[in-house]
Design a protein around this ligand. Structure first.
Ligand code: HEM
Length: 364
């Protein structure tokens, strides 16, 4: 394809591709908070009660992770609809082949969600401090399992050559060389996003980040803003390393798309976004402060690399799966109406959510 993604596709296909990318970005923004947040806590808890007590980031995560997980799950629904309209057979077949290995996502998600509530409950505060470690570790392991399942499902949907063997052998595991580096890209990207999100939360909750008092809330010699900087920069470096390793596992024709007109400019945008984040966080590490313009620069870099990364992901899949055989079905799907019904339910849902918020505020 010789046109920048998504312009070379028929109108209905391009429409669904854009909707998938837009809604998936929203899922990623929230899912990154959950993935990196549970990891941050799982490792943070190993530092013991004294250090954890001064780490404002861990306190924020304990408080907000259950809510963020609810949002991440909800935000996964819209891309789940669009991915099915767009790729149909490829998506369904990999779901079916992974069978209960795929469906295990649901019970694991329920257990993780519950553990995040246990983590902030009065019940655990009455227990010996040690118990926070296995709870945080189990929540992280579960979230990581879910992330790995989505990556495995994605890779299997592209690897149609192995479908007959998996079916014949009733094997539930399909390991491909791209699995670990691809999962690594999401894992490390999540830390870069988490740093930006925590910085905004810290500002809104009144943490002093612009000119932190000397020595305040230091953990292992690092101030709160330097810890964020380390989190973000290691995330960015990890994304580049895993991204290169993943690219090396792609078939030659897919790799040529990365440098071509369809995806090339999006690769450049990803790198520019990562570069801007690195510059902003390096400034923070050097000066030990996080003023608003620097946070805005890091946020812009994060937004650019996140959107371009999700676009790149879709551009590569849209070339690996032959969409030309599906374009008629996309056009047919685009003809189906239902806007009035959608609007009625949208208004009813907004009203119900508003009502719940009012009740919660009254009892807060
Ligand atoms: C907190 C738990 C979750 C985590 C950690 C998570 C993680 C991920 C990751 C890492 C990917 C990208 C996979 C890849 O490209 O290799 C992904 C994609 C996706 N996730 Fe989630 N996810 C979670 C929950 C959910 C839920 C509950 C839903 C549905 C309601 C969902 C819907 C999606 C969709 C539709 C995609 C795109 C799939 C595709 O394009 O093939 N996610 N998720």
């Amino acid at each position: 394809m010789t046109t920048l993604f998504p312009f070379g596709f028929p109108a209905a296909t391009a429409f669904y591709l854009v909707l998938l990318v837009a809604t998936l970005v929203l899922h990623m923004v929230l899912m990154h908070y959950v993935l990196a947040g549970t990891a941050y806590l799982a490792f943070g808890r190993l530092m013991g009660p004294k250090r954890c007590a001064v780490c404002g980031w861990q306190a924020i995560l304990i408080d907000w992770l259950p809510f963020a997980t609810g949002l991440a799950i909800t935000a996964g629904v819209a891309p789940l609809l669009f991915v099915q309209i767009l790729y149909q057979q490829a998506f369904y077949t990999s779901n079916l082949l992974l069978s209960h290995r795929w469906m295990a996502i649901l019970p694991v998600l329920i257990v993780c969600f519950s553990l995040l509530f246990v983590q902030k409950s009065a019940w655990i505060t009455r227990r010996a401090w040690f118990w926070r470690i296995p709870v945080a570790a189990a929540a992280f392991a579960g979230v990581m399992f879910i992330a790995a399942s989505w990556t495995q499902n994605h890779l299997l949907s592209l690897d149609q050559g192995v479908w007959p063997r998996l079916y014949a052998e009733r094997a539930l595991d399909s390991s491909t060389p791209g699995f670990l580096p691809r999962l690594g890209v999401w894992f490390f990207a999540a830390f870069a996003t988490l740093a930006v999100e925590l910085a905004w939360q810290g500002r809104m909750l009144g943490m002093e980040l612009v000119q932190p008092p000397p020595g305040s809330s230091h953990v292992m010699g690092l101030s709160a803003v330097r810890r964020l900087s380390l989190t973000a920069m290691s995330g960015c470096v990890g994304v580049v390393g895993c991204g290169l390793a993943y690219a090396a596992t792609l078939p030659l024709e897919t790799r040529s798309v990365i440098g071509g007109p369809l995806a090339g400019p999006w690769v450049v945008a990803v790198l520019m976004g990562l570069g801007l984040q690195m510059l902003a966080w390096a400034w923070v590490a050097f000066r030990d402060r996080l003023p608003l313009p620097v946070l805005l620069a890091a946020t812009t870099g994060c937004g650019v690399s996140m959107v371009s990364g999700v676009v790149l992901r879709e551009a590569l899949r849209a070339t690996a799966i032959d969409l030309t055989t599906l374009t008629d079905r996309h056009a047919a799907a685009a003809e189906i109406g239902g806007l009035p019904v959608f609007l009625i339910f949208a208004v009813a849902n907004v009203a119900a959510i508003g009502w719940c918020i009012r009740i919660a505020r009254r009892h807060a």
